[in-house]
Design a protein. Sequence first.
Length: 156
Amino acid sequence: MRFLRWWAASLVVCVLTFLLLLSQRYVPGGEVWCAGPLSSFPEDTWVEQLRARVLNTIERVLLANALPSVCALLSGVVAVWAGRRVGVVVGVLAGSVMLVVTLMQVLEMISFVRLLDCAGWDGRLPWLALLASQPLGYGVAAGLLGAGVRVRWRAG
């Protein structure tokens, strides 16, 4: 059961990162407006339409922040009650989901930096640090989960 501490650590990091999301309303600098195009792609592409549907809704907040915590919790439960192979497979899938969410948040941070290049950086570094903490937290959680998967595989 030594592998379980890695899953627990991953879950704790995910929950703390999720709770950090609540502090966004207290950090100034989140509202950034810029005149002019930021992309060389037309706005009517299917990627932009999909992004507008997904990224501007409450589901995006839940997807990008609650999903890694749920994955860490469920994969930990499966790792305890299932066999070694099933626990490892579910752990790898949960880690992959965490990495996809991390990538999504890195892309969001890059688009915020692009907005700052256009609108100005005055007083927006705390918000940028808060945005950077999200993918960092979930990336660390994915790494902890990966360590747990490795220990679970070796434990037998």
